[in-house]
Ligand binder design. Structure first.
Ligand code: NAD
Length: 263
């Protein structure tokens, strides 16, 4: 990667998040970065972006942006980094697995870059953790019930969710477990845990609420540095109601920062 040249970006996955990221990169809205192509599971006809094989992507890209889910991140992170390609991950919940997290940490020379995704305040939480540790964080997430149905749920759990007429607590527990059980919905808890550097300090409460037109995240933290409370309400993506519409824009912001850092 030569300083001063364009930051060449490959986008892994072309769903609700990846399609917006690819489109914006192709339109040139991230200064100093360009779309090299998209990496798909299988070839797609009628797509306006170049489709890259893994071989071509690792040869031609400076950065791969993962917009494809925890499984795709687990399968590809180490080889991306080992090729000297940076990796911007949206599915950070995969890092709740300590074995995977250690393998990613040991991999390089590419750098793993995280994103705030659907939430904010991570810079302040990171600073507070550095100052004296964050004793406890509670992330309360409220989403439409249908977006929380999971493949591992039994019939009764599914119908409780589908027929909920008011808020129902679906999960309460540590962030690592939350990220594993709700892989597409609780990457925000992982982002908080990574920002404070302590998975055990972060607890999650997940509410299914038929009135939750906007997806809500309340983040309440305290420790020796102070007390913090952040409230975020995002409209869901029209393409995937499990994902907030802001997420691709958070990734684009992270790509811009990474591109700027090379200048
Ligand atoms: N950090 C956050 O705040 C946040 C928020 C929402 C979603 N996410 C993460 O982003 C992921 C993607 O979200 P989305 O709404 O775009 O999902 P989506 O289902 O709309 O799109 C995912 C795309 O990835 C593709 N894909 C899956 N596995 C792949 C693989 N191995 N190789 C190539 N392509 C693959 C799918 O075919 C699909 O097109 C979610 O699974 C979640 O883990 C993170």
């Amino acid at each position: 990667m030569a300083t001063g040249s364009m930051y060449r970006v490959g986008v892994l996955g072309h769903g609700a998040i990846g399609s917006v990221v690819a489109e914006q990169l192709a339109a040139g809205t991230v200064h100093g970065a360009q779309l090299e192509g998209v990496i798909l599971r299988r070839p797609q006809t009628g797509l306006e972006h170049e489709q890259l094989s893994w071989e071509a992507a690792l040869e031609r890209c400076d950065l791969v942006v993962e917009c494809a889910g925890q499984q795709a991140l687990r399968e590809n992170a180490v080889r991306i980094l080992a090729c000297g390609v940076d990796l911007l991950a949206s599915s950070m919940g995969a890092l709740a697995d300590p074995v995977f997290a250690a393998s990613v940490q040991a991999a390089g020379p590419g750098r793993l870059i995280s994103t705030a995704g659907a939430i904010g305040g991570l810079d302040l939480l990171g600073a507070a953790a550095r100052m004296g540790g964050i004793e406890r964080v509670l992330v309360t997430t409220r989403k439409l019930p249908a977006t929380l149905v999971q493949p591992w749920m039994d019939e009764q759990q599914r119908s409780e969710l589908e027929q909920a007429s008011g808020p129902v607590e679906v999960f309460r527990g540590p962030a690592a477990l939350a990220a594993r059980h709700f892989q597409k919905s609780l990457n925000v808890a992982a982002a908080v845990a990574l920002a404070v550097g302590d998975w055990d300090a972060v607890q999650v409460r997940l509410l299914a609420d038929p009135a939750a037109e906007l997806t809500e995240h309340l983040i309440a933290a305290h420790g020796p540095a102070g007390e913090y409370s952040f409230s975020v309400k995002n409209y869901p993506s029209p393409r995937n109601p499990r994902t907030s519409g802001i997420v691709p824009w958070a990734l684009l912001h992270s790509i811009q920062q990474a591109a700027d850092a090379r200048r």
